[in-house]
Design a protein around this ligand. Structure first.
Ligand code: NAP
Length: 317
């Protein structure tokens, strides 16, 4: 069985993969896979471990014909870069790495809530430029986060982990929208609609999966419904937020600020967004810790190992 891992991994994951799989190739670059590489992946390997940005689209599967590859063991919980229906139709299973990413991504949401509310990036930039003239009672006043209301769009694993942190850590009230009923172990109100939710909350946090169904879920109408002091936080996928509408809302001070970990045309970040003081911009750091990236890698390898053993795939999507 030939296996291709599409990015360099942490030392622990690399060591396990080299030990466990005799015919293994690990791609030496962090660039997303080109079309030619994806076609090679499907034609020459039995199992591929792709990740964010590797666009295994319906067109790629159409060009690949009948692939040798039987499993895309995605590294990451989000798999909106893979057309799962097209993969299945071509006889390729898809797995992901849920759970391993939950706490770290919720922590990044909290980082963004606090940085955006308390103007942390803006303050740090001012200090580094040498423009800080010292403490005074009305310097850089931000939004007090404790005791406010947070709205969660997408009350899944990560949405719930964010809500718990907000409620138990910061005394916040929690509202949310969901498509299916939720059995929650903390107090939370279900809003009638996303527009209602947007109008109620001080922080609107986006935690839905990406993909066609959620593209531009957060648009001008949703941003227009938000209170003028409220902050939008996106740790989900860039395309869920209509970036041009967000830039306009921030430029016109329609909302208080935005904290973003992901971007619509990632890794391109529009200069207009970079120029805004009321935008806090992180380079997709959600799961970026050694432990979590190793846990994700091990989970992907568990799926590979299960396939090789003929066992049920632990994380089939
Ligand atoms: P999850 O447990 O599947 O939760 C997603 C939730 O969103 C589910 O509860 C889902 O369905 C809800 N949802 C889906 N479409 C919706 C819609 N149109 N309106 C309202 N709710 C909708 O997934 P997760 O583990 O929490 O991960 C969520 C996403 O976070 C991933 O797909 C990934 O893209 C992103 N992520 C980002 C990072 C990062 O580095 N920034 C790291 C990890 C994950 P129901 O409402 O029916 O329950």
């Amino acid at each position: 069985m030939k296996i291709w891992i599409a990015r360099p991994m942490t030392a622990a994951v690399t060591a396990r993969a080299r030990e466990a799989f005799a015919d293994l190739e690990i791609r030496g670059t962090n660039a997303v896979m080109s079309e030619a590489e994806m076609l090679r992946a499907l034609a020459e390997f039995d199992i591929v471990v792709p990740t964010l940005g590797d666009k295994f689209s319906a067109e790629i599967f159409a060009k690949a014909g009948t692939p040798r590859c039987k499993l895309l063991a995605n590294f990451g919980v989000g798999y909106n870069h893979i057309d799962v229906a097209a993969a299945r139709a071509a006889g390729v299973e898809v797995t992901n790495t849920p759970g391993a990413v939950t706490d770290a991504t919720a922590d990044i949401a909290m980082t963004l809530i606090l940085m955006s509310a308390r103007r942390a990036s803006e303050g740090e930039r001012m200090l580094r430029k040498g423009d800080w003239e010292g403490w005074h009672p009305t310097q850089m006043l931000g939004l007090h986060a404790t005791g406010k209301r947070v709205g969660i769009a997408g009350m899944g694993r990560i949405g719930q982990a964010i809500a718990r942190r907000c409620h138990y850590g910061f005394g916040m009230d929690v509202s949310y929208v969901a498509r299916s009923p939720k059995d929650l172990d903390f107090p939370a109100d279900r809003a009638e609609s996303l527009i209602d939710l947007a109008g109620q909350v001080d922080f609107l946090v986006v935690a839905v999966p990406g993909g066609a169904e959620t593209t531009h879920l957060i648009n001008a109408e949703v941003l227009g419904a938000m209170q003028s002091h409220a902050h939008l936080i996106n740790i989900a996928r860039g395309e869920v937020v209509e970036e041009a509408a967000l830039i306009e809302a921030l430029q016109n001070r329609r909302i208080g600020g935005a904290g973003l970990d992901v971007y619509e045309f990632e890794p391109k970040v529009p200069q207009a967004l970079i120029d805004l003081d009321n935008a806090t911009l992180l380079p997709h750091l959600g799961t970026a810790t050694e432990e979590v990236r190793s846990d994700m890698g091990h989970m992907a390898l568990d799926n590979v190992a299960a396939y090789l053993a003929g066992a049920a795939l632990p994380n089939r999507v």
